[in-house]
Structures are given as C-alpha cells and as structure tokens.
Design a binder for this molecule. Structure first.
Ligand code: SF4
Ligand code: MSK
Length: 626
C-alpha cells in the first residue's frame, strides 16, 4: 500500500507515523472517524434531544416527520438547549481545572504542598489586591491562604458580579449589565444552565442563548482566568524561551516521557523528577543518555511556556507519538485524552499512567496525584519509566524537530514593548500592524490536521496581522516554523519591521486552552488604553479545527466579550435558522461581535482581514480594501 496520508494531515511527522501505524496494525482516531460516517444528520444539526426519558426525540427539519418532541420542544428550543449544555460542559471543564489549582495554592499556604511553592510573588500580591486581600506586612504564605480562600469563594459567590470583570473595559461591563449577562458565581452559571435546559424550564431559545453567554463569560472572566493566574503564581509567569516542536523532539538514546492533558500540577512535578541527578544517574545506569520529557496538547503547552519543554505534537498526534516506539511512559491528567489511546500504546512498550481521580482510562495504571504525595509519586513514575527503557524494540523517529519560541504571557509582551502597550498601539495606528488575531483550539479529523491553523496564520501574517495563538493551534504553528524570529520573512512589510525591531516572531505562543484569557486581558488593556470597547478594536479570533465543548465555551466568551470569531467546523446548530442567524448576524447589534463559520482557511483569512480593516475605518485609521 502506498497511501501517503496527505488527506489526513499536512504534518510530515504525522504522515510518516500514520504509515508506520498502518504497518503495525494499530488503529487511530482517523480510522474510528471513518467508522462513524455518515454522521447522524439530526445530531449534526442539533435536532436530537435526550434530556428526558419521554424521549429521545428528534425534529424532522425537511419532511413530514415530527416538528416537536414529546414535550413539545421545537427546533429552536432543542438546538438552543443543546448548545447551552455544550457551553456548560466546556465552562465546567476549564473552571474545575482552575479549582484544582486553587486547592494546590491552599495546600501550599498551609505548608502541605510537597514540592510546590509560590514562584511569582508579585503576581500573588497583584491578584490578592484585586480580591481585596490586604497585603501590607503579611507573609507570602498568609497572603496565599487568604487569596486561595477568596478564589474558592468566587466559585460560589452570592455577589452579583465576578471580581476579575474589573479588568474588562467599562463599556463592556455596562453592556453586560444592560443585557443581564454579567457573570455571577462560576458554579452558579453552569448549574443554572443545566437547570434551564431541563425539561419544562427555559423554553425561550433567545433567553437560553443569552444565558449561554453568561455561562461562557463565567469561564472566560472566572474559571479559566483563575486557572491561568494561579498557574503563574505557582509555576511562574511565562517569559520567552526557545523550544522545539514535532515528534522529532523525542530522543533515540534517552528515556522519553510524555505528559498529556491540561493541568500543570502533575507535569511540573514530573519535570522536576526528570531533572533530578538521581534519576539521570539511574537512566545512565540503564544505558540511556538521559531523560527527555516532552509534551502533547495543553499540559505540554504549560511546560513549554514556562520551561521551554519541547512539544511532541497536538491533539491528533497524541496516538501517533506512541508509534515511534520511543516513549517509555505517557502520564496523563485530564481533558482531550482519547480513551482509545492505550490500545495504541499496547502495540509498543509504552506504559500509560493516569493521575487524577476525575479521569480514569481503560488500559492505564492509575496513580493518584495530590499535593501531599506529588513529589514522591513523580519520582516513582519517572523511575518506572527509566526501568522500561530496556523493553524498547524498534525505534522510529522520522523527522528532525523544528525550532520555536514560546512563553509570551501578557506581562512578557508588554515587557518586550518597553513596559506599556503603547508601542503596539502606535504600530496599529500607523498601519504597520493592521490588527491582531487569536488563533486557538484543537485538531478535528473532519479537517486535515493543521491545515486550517497553518494556512490561516500564513495568510494573516503576510497581510500584517499579528497572530497570537494557544492550544493545539499554537503547536501546529510551531511545527510549521512560524515561531522563530527568522520567520518574519513570512510576514508583510509592516509586521516584519515591528517584529524585527522587537526581535519577536510574527506568531506569539500565548499558552494553553485556559490561557485564551491572556488574549482577553491583552485586548482589554488595548481597549482601555484607547478608551474604547473590545468590540471597537481591529482584532478577531478563530478556531479553524475546533472539536471540544471547551472550545465552544471559549468561542462564546470571545464573542460575548466583543471579539468577532471565525469557526472552522460548524457547531450543531443548523437545525434552527433562527439560532444560526442570531449567532452569525444578530449578535452584532447585541454584543458588537458575531460568529462566522468558514471551513476554508483561505476564505476565513479574507473574513478576518475584512473585519479588521472595517474596524480600522470605524476608528478613523487608514483602511485597505479586502
Ligand atoms: Fe423529548 Fe422534550 Fe424529553 Fe427532549 S425534553 S427528550 S424533546 S420529551
Ligand atoms: S488540548 S481543547 S484539543 S486545543 Fe487544550 Fe488541544 Fe483543543 Fe484539547
């Protein structure tokens, strides 16, 4: 068979490893995807409902079939309820991740966080001040304790607004108030969404979608923002540092360990264990040249941002990296870990380990991590991985890694600009940088892996639009070579000039999925500096290959915050044209931004460029025709 897998992925490492997997008779996400085709049309359109056991029900959008479920819910209600539950699941996932970090902060404050510590005391104090914790004369651990307490309260607060909304422009906050979508307690908004979508509660599709925005905002300005901030406090606020990407980061002569998931609580400890002289000596005694830790997905992004740990791949590469036969152990925490992944691992010698009581998987050994045992558990796992080195058989690492730079927190970007966002605004006003786009989100086997991210990014930077990216989009762009200062030759003349002067790449790695809030915070800082709302800025968002409920929540909090957002895959809403029209048109008059859906990244680039030029014109800046 001479299949080249160019239909599945643009990434050369993935193409070669898919071939290897085919020869090894293992199956992947692409094989399983084929077995599901054709997808159920009712589900694709959002027209099936199983919210109660009078059903399941489905609406026939075309023929003579039912127009209402057993309870009487019509297409609008069912589509809106399904979307609402999708947002709730995404918001819950990010926010629960944030809560886990707050619990670690609380343990550290109590002196129980073995191996964890406070790494960014300045951020600790800044965040504490925002939450009304007095800091004068107090020890850091006391501040941490009071902050952790306040953050835990934020999840269930009875107050009418989340604390960190204070970072949003005043105009945006007033708009949220007027629409009655100011997010309150983080848990409350998700809980209320589940309540509203129960049979016989909210049966007004517009009201459901408004609450969807409130729920998503409780993620973007609540749970995710807490996750990102507390990660910085515990593990350090990222600064630019070199790294590498693609499967070539695995090392033939070293013990390779991969971390997968989202929460840095486990992976940070594994990194420390990999660097310990005892473990390195043990590896050498087994004939290895050292221990190589690499990441996939967002736990990888967290380590990349703070330590320059190399990135082996994004979502659709998570099975493929195992086919190298070079991975002694994969350690997972939660989110985006396909339950079939251990079936691929079983074809090789890789040990699979789960670490969270919230996330157990078939075929994995479960080793519970918590702050009290984290250090010892990490050492035990690394030791086990080292001992597995001798079980290796054939190793196939088919490519060389690509250089990249990660670590662009808002603080790092503002620092690179000389301490204020002023120079960035000046470059935008002068038209050298036309605007900025956040490219975020996953891979999805419906779309050729990385094609959406890389094509859209290439077109935007060559048209002088600065790109900031997160999640699996950021990994795609790293693999494509966009994240080194030398990549400025791919940018238009204006962006080239500015990035060249600052010594930064034209595509800035902003972090993991929860770090999308860094984009919100930067957008707010720019809007505040100009005295306008976020929706007035020449900016846009895109999720060209999204798949997850978390991405749905991110997209909705982007739009509800005023950021026009282009999706690649269509969300399951086409069963109601009323819902489609609201999401893609009507929201412009309500929150100043909409969704667009455009699977072709060339066309998506045109949409974003047009949006940015229109926003420039409205601000009285020079505008190009697109
Ligand atoms: Fe059917 Fe209504 Fe029950 Fe949904 S809530 S399954 S539409 S009866
Ligand atoms: S890991 S949510 S596939 S970006 Fe954050 Fe990647 Fe999407 Fe998971």
């Amino acid at each position: 068979m001479n299949k080249t897998y160019q239909q599945e992925t643009i990434a050369q490492d993935s193409q070669l490893l898919l071939k290897k997997i085919e020869n090894d008779a293992a199956t992947t996400v692409w094989d399983r995807y084929q077995t599901q085709l054709p997808h159920c049309g009712f589900c694709e359109m959002g027209l099936s409902c199983r919210n109660c056991v009078m059903g399941p029900c489905r609406i026939d959008p075309f023929g003579d079939g039912p127009r209402q479920g057993v309870c009487g819910a019509d297409a609008e209600i069912i589509v809106a309820r399904n979307l609402g539950r999708m947002i709730a699941a995404g918001a819950a996932s990010h926010s629960d991740h944030g809560r886990d970090l707050v619990e670690v902060l609380a343990q550290v404050a109590e002196g129980n966080g073995s191996g964890y510590q406070i790494r960014d005391t300045a951020k600790l104090k800044r965040l504490a001040a925002e939450f009304g914790v007095t800091i004068d004369g107090k020890a850091d651990l006391l501040i941490a304790a009071e902050l952790a307490d306040a953050l835990q309260e934020e999840y269930g607060t009875r107050r009418k607004a989340l604390t960190l909304l204070g970072r949003a422009p005043e105009k945006r906050r007033k708009l949220w108030t007027s629409l009655n979508i100011t997010p309150r307690g983080i848990d409350r908004e998700t809980s209320e969404m589940m309540h509203r979508t129960h049979m016989g509660v909210d049966n007004d599709w517009q009201s459901l979608l408004l609450h969807g925005m409130r729920n998503a905002l409780s993620d973007g300005w609540g749970g995710s923002l807490i996750a990102s901030e507390v990660s910085d406090i515990l593990f350090g606020t990222p600064t630019p540092r070199p790294t590498q990407a693609n499967v070539g980061v695995l090392k033939k002569d070293q013990v390779n360990i991969i971390v997968h998931g989202h929460n840095p609580v486990v992976s940070e400890m594994v990194l420390a264990a990999c660097q310990s002289p005892e473990m390195i000596a043990l590896a050498e005694s087994k004939g290895a040249q050292g221990i190589n830790l690499a990441g996939v997905c967002c736990t990888g992004n967290e380590l990349l941002m703070r330590h320059g740990v190399a990135m082996a791949g994004n979502h659709l590469s998570t099975e493929l990296v195992l086919a190298t036969g070079a991975v002694e152990m994969m350690i997972v925490d939660y989110q985006c870990i396909m339950p079939a992944i251990s079936q691929v691992a079983a074809c090789y010698h890789t040990r699979m380990v789960s670490t969270s009581d919230k996330a157990k998987f078939p075929g994995m050994t479960h080793r519970e991590f918590h702050p009290l045992n984290a250090k010892e558990m990490a050492v035990a796992l690394v030791k086990e991985a080292v001992e597995n080195f001798s079980n290796r058989k054939t190793v196939y690492i088919p490519v060389e890694p690509v250089a990249a730079v990660g670590g662009f927190s808002v603080e790092a970007v503002v620092g690179a600009l000389g301490g204020t966002p002023g120079p960035l605004l000046d470059a935008i006003k002068a038209g050298k940088i036309r605007g900025a786009a956040g490219i975020v989100g996953c891979n999805n086997p419906q779309i050729k892996q990385d094609h959406g991210h890389v094509t859209l990014t290439r077109r935007l930077i060559e048209n002088d639009i600065l790109v900031v990216d997160t999640g699996c989009a950021a990994v795609a762009n790293a693999k494509a070579g966009f994240k080194v200062a030398e990549a400025i030759h791919l940018a238009g003349p204006g962006l080239q000039e500015i990035c060249g002067a600052l010594g930064i790449p034209p595509v800035l790695h902003f972090g993991s999925c929860v770090d999308n809030v860094r984009i919100l915070v930067l957008a707010s800082a720019l809007a505040n500096a100009l005295g306008v709302d976020i929706s007035d800025l020449p900016i846009a968002g895109a999720a060209p290959e999204w798949y997850s409920e978390k991405a749905a929540a991110i997209g909705v909090y982007f739009v509800a915050s005023g950021v026009y957002t282009v999706l690649g895959p269509m969300p399951p809403v086409t069963g109601s044209m009323a819902v489609v029209n609201l999401l893609t048109q009507g929201l412009e008059d309500i929150v100043g931004a909409t969704f667009a859906v455009e699977p072709d990244p060339e066309q998506a680039a045109v949409l974003i460029r047009r949006r940015i030029e229109n926003k420039r014109k409205a601000l009285g800046l020079d505008a190009r025709s697109v």
